[in-house]
Every structure is written in structure tokens, then in C-alpha cells.
Design a protein around this ligand. Sequence first.
Ligand SMILES: [Zn+2]
Length: 65
Amino acid sequence: MKKYRCVVCDYIYDPALGDPDNGIVAGTEFEDLPDDWLCPVCFADKDDFEPVEDCDKGSVKGGRQ
Ligand SMILES: [Zn+2]
């Protein structure tokens, strides 16, 4: 499942957690969120979210130089 980040406030939508405070059950993919769903932190709409690539906390494998 893909995580999405709010570009406005850096909130991460994690499908594994959902957004229970707003009636989104755990396991709901970002694509399956209702179109009127808003960022729970800053109320940006879905257009302001971008996919988060699955990398280990920003570290690059073998990136030591
Ligand atoms: Zn936000």
C-alpha cells in the first residue's frame, strides 16, 4: 500500500492506518478516499498530496562515500 504526503504540511496518509477520526477505516487506499476527504491537519484537498516512495527513511542503500 502506498503512502501519500501532504505537500502543504507534510502529513503522511498511511493506508495501513487510515484516518479513523474522519471515518476512514484502516486499509483504505489513498485512491479510495472520498473526493471530499481533506488533510486532517491543514485541510488541503487530495490534489495537494503526492505519493511517498518506499525508501528507508530517506537513506540510500550503499550511499556511504
Ligand atoms: Zn496537510
